[in-house]
Design a protein around this ligand. Structure first.
Ligand code: RP5
Length: 173
């Protein structure tokens, strides 16, 4: 009896989500939720600019090999991960400053935003708003050439608008 060759139905990841530490996950989860809602396959991993610097060039090469649209990179404190990845690859890096305990994420924000000219990192808001928006930005990039993603993104935006319109209105006295 001949067996039907099994073909993996798992779609290839369109982008990567990385974070400097497991402790960044509660923030970066906001990005994963948006990607899942928009049905955008991603891969996620912890990668540290300081603790695993040797992994950065191979990850950057992997992102190019898999033709990722972008890499969403979250880090806090001395947040070098997005900038270091950007140094190793032309794949656009979307940086998410994670809220730090000592300086509430201002350190993360400045570390990610203040890149030297020539090595760009797109920088988002501190915390979950930034993670969410980085995912939406990634979706918008993919939507430029992908009609299905464009449609899903339009529906997401319409639902968001509708949710505000559906809010009960309380009149003052
Ligand atoms: C950064 O240091 C990480 O991105 C994290 O936000 C911060 C603290 O890391 P842990 O000490 O919690 O592992 O590299």
């Amino acid at each position: 009896m001949s067996e039907t060759p099994s073909v993996s139905q798992t779609p290839p990841p369109r982008l990567g989500v990385v974070m400097g530490s497991r402790s960044d996950f509660p923030t970066m989860e906001a990005a994963l939720e948006v990607l899942a809602a928009l049905n955008l396959p991603y891969e996620v991993r912890v990668l540290s600019a300081h603790r695993t610097p040797q992994l950065l060039p191979s990850y950057a090469a992997r992102a190019e090999r898999l033709n990722f649209t972008c890499i969403i990179a979250g880090a806090g404190g001395a947040a070098h991960l997005p900038g270091m990845l950007a140094a190793f690859t032309r794949v656009p890096v979307l940086g998410v400053p994670v809220q730090s305990r000592a300086l509430s994420g201002l350190d993360s924000l400045y570390s990610i935003a203040q890149m030297p000219g020539g090595v760009p990192v797109a920088t988002f808001a501190i915390g979950t708003a930034g993670a969410k928006n980085a995912a939406l930005f990634a979706a918008a990039m993919i939507a430029v050439t992908d009609q299905e993603v464009r449609d899903r993104l339009n529906i997401y935006r319409q639902q968001q608008t509708q949710a505000v319109l559906d809010e009960p209105f309380f009149e003052g006295h």
